[in-house]
Design a protein around this ligand. Structure first.
Ligand code: ADP
Ligand code: ZN
Length: 435
């Protein structure tokens, strides 16, 4: 099923025309209502009259997370405060959070985007959806919540935490779909396996997972453990929240709601657009936002775009699964390492659980690279020989993928901390040292 066929299956020419009209409008809006944008555009020597089609977007300057920090809290609003009906914030990494303001119309766009996602997952008004993303300043909870209401489904506003109660509700109420971070879904799957409820008694069929990068291996793992089909949902606070992108039943990329959020991929070092289909940093311009439109916002997320029409019938551009964020990348002894690469290896090995924790340090001017990996029940052994062999195997498999041999520390089942929101899988101690 398709929620908004007119837009989701629009021809490329029509879409570009629509994007052009909307871009022109949003550029006018920020230019006339938001001082920092006007200044930035004047410095770049570009005025709203220079924007005639979507191709002209490259004339506009970029915006970044830093801009949102610099103009904290409301300096980038393009609507008067009287029009702002909701505020959200993203934790960011350090220091001040990033604040965004939304108008009524922004909320309407958000729930439209969310409805497209849920419809693509096969959900409708007869379905019960448990939202286990955190409710509050984080966009996950309220964003998914509005989407369920918009399709006329039944929402259970669980928020995160209280795992036993989550399981009880899921079981007793006949929940069909679970919206959560993939890492929390994995945690719930384990908790269900250890609970008093047999898995066959659950009605759960669909996972709505996002808010952090996850690999195909992780998908298969969760699908197997919960007996469901797991779909990707993508979003970020600055642009909107969950619903910027979604997977359809073909699951060969994440469709982007490009009539509202225009994507580009750039080389993150040079800022130049990459060749079509090439990987780089994802950049979004919000085409219809009123409260805090963002033009050419650099997400730091790494992916590539796929413009061919999808077999589902949608023409909305797709992006490949996010490899990680530029800021997630660890440079260890000169080698680029992404946590998602480690995840992809770990998830294919039957002896270990899909849980790991990377610690990087610098000792005597040499980077150390340690990964704690949880051994599966049944494979954990008191026999040294067996454990050493397993350790070597894991280290070897990881080396084949990242090109660097890690020091593997095997830990017993359930040793590593589980996450109820976004997983934290890296400790880089080098950032605390000034050498
Ligand atoms: P924060 O920057 O505090 O994490 P957000 O909650 O807005 O703020 O998180 C948005 C980021 O989460 C995205 O830029 C992306 O890195 C990640 N993310 C969200 N959804 C997905 C997804 N489906 N796949 C991969 N990464 C995702
Ligand atoms: Zn599709």
């Amino acid at each position: 099923m398709i929620w908004n066929e007119t837009v989701e299956c629009m021809s490329r020419e029509e879409m570009r025309k629509l994007q052009g009209i909307r871009l022109k409008r949003v550029v006018e809006r920020v230019y006339h209502n938001c001082e920092p944008y006007r200044k930035r555009m004047q410095e770049a020597g570009v005025s709203p009259d220079d924007i005639r089609s979507i191709d002209d977007i490259v004339k506009l300057p970029f915006t970044s997370k830093q801009d949102l920090r610099d103009y904290y809290p409301f300096g980038l609003l393009s609507s008067p405060m009287s029009e702002i009906v909701r505020v959200h914030a993203s934790s960011g990494t350090t220091g001040k959070p990033i604040i965004v303001g939304l108008t009524r119309n922004d909320l309407a766009v958000w729930k439209e985007a969310g409805a497209r996602c849920l419809t693509a997952y096969g959900l409708g008004k007869n379905d019960i959806v448990q939202v286990s993303y955190g409710y509050g300043l984080f966009t996950g909870g309220l964003g998914a919540h509005a989407a369920v209401e918009n399709i006329g489904g039944t929402v259970i506003p669980m928020s995160s935490g209280n795992t036993q109660k989550q399981i009880m509700m899921m079981h007793d109420l006949g929940v069909k779909a679970l919206a959560a971070t993939p890492s929390y879904a994995l945690y719930l799957a384990e908790a269900i396996a250890n609970s008093e409820y047999p898995r066959e008694e659950f009605q759960l069929k669909v996972g709505i997972f996002g808010a952090e990068p996850w690999t195909e291996g992780m998908r298969r793992d969760i699908e197997g453990k919960l007996g469901i089909k797991a779909y990707d949902i993508y979003g970020l606070t600055e642009v909107m929240g969950p619903g910027v992108g979604f997977e359809c039943e073909c699951q060969n990329g994440t469709h982007l709601n490009e009539d509202h959020f225009f994507p580009e991929v750039i080389n993150s070092e040079t800022g130049e657009p990459v060749a079509p289909g090439e990987q780089g940093e994802l950049v979004f311009s919000t085409l219809t936002k009123e409260g805090m439109p963002l033009l050419r916002f650099r997400t730091r997320d790494l992916t590539h775009l796929i413009y061919e029409k999808c077999e589902c019938g949608r023409t909305l551009v797709r992006m490949d699964k996010i490899l990680g964020r530029c800021d997630d990348m660890l440079i260890i002894r000169g080698v680029n390492v992404y946590p998602s690469q480690i995840e992809s290896v770990i998830c294919t090995m039957e002896e270990v659980e899909p849980h790991f924790f990377i610690t990087v340090d610098r000792v005597n001017n040499i980077d150390t690279f340690e990964i704690q990996v949880e051994v599966k029940e049944g494979y954990y052994s008191d026999e040294m020989g067996k454990m050493i062999a397993l350790k070597k195997k894991v280290a070897h498999e990881i080396q084949c993928v990242v090109g660097l041999q890690p020091d593997i520390k095997l830990v017993e089942p359930r040793f590593l901390q589980r996450s109820e929101g976004k997983a934290k899988r890296v400790l880089d101690k080098r950032v605390f040292k000034n050498d």
